[in-house]
Ligand binder design. Sequence first.
Ligand code: TQI
Ligand code: ZN
Ligand code: ZN
Length: 169
Amino acid sequence: HFTVFPGQPRWPAGKQELTYSFYPGNELTKTVKSVFATAFARWSEVARLKFTETELYYNADIKIGFFSGDHGDGEPFDGILGTLAHAFSPTNGRFHLDAAEDWVVSGDVSKSALPTAVDLESVAVHEIGHLLGLGHSSVEEAIMFPTISSRSKKVVLTEDDVKGIQYIY
Ligand code: TQI
Ligand code: ZN
Ligand code: ZN
């Protein structure tokens, strides 16, 4: 079953349009940015929420960036595998990914030559769940289940994920 964060934090009811922005220092390609757009769309399809990209990083509700090691928020990344990304509960909006991972942006992660390959969209869909207020689920197939098999792709919301987001919003 899904969980929510203690105190059930959420984005304000009157704020159905959330903006997101990419850390300018990363200079991400259109392809990488489109993976995040697809991940946001999976949640906006089932909740009354809309996500729009903005160039104004410092004003964005959700700030996305790839960082390695100690990056100034007291939660350093650990290199290949281990922690892949972290996102915080509403309305923090920080969404950080470990730049050291072998991120698979397009194509089939299970066919990657790298044993350490991690599917970017799968991690993004999971972290956006946290950004919206979902904790971890006990349902193994759910996006919000706390583990993912290595080199696998899990991007389709299950009924449990949908019930969770609809419970909050
Ligand atoms: N990052 C953890 C996660 O997002 C961070 C974390 C640990 C956390 N405990 C938490 C966040 C409690 C909120 C509440 O779960 S991770 C997966 C999964 C990670 C793990 O890098 O370990 C995914 C990131 F589910 F596959 F294990 C993305 Cl999809
Ligand atoms: Zn961080
Ligand atoms: Zn998680």
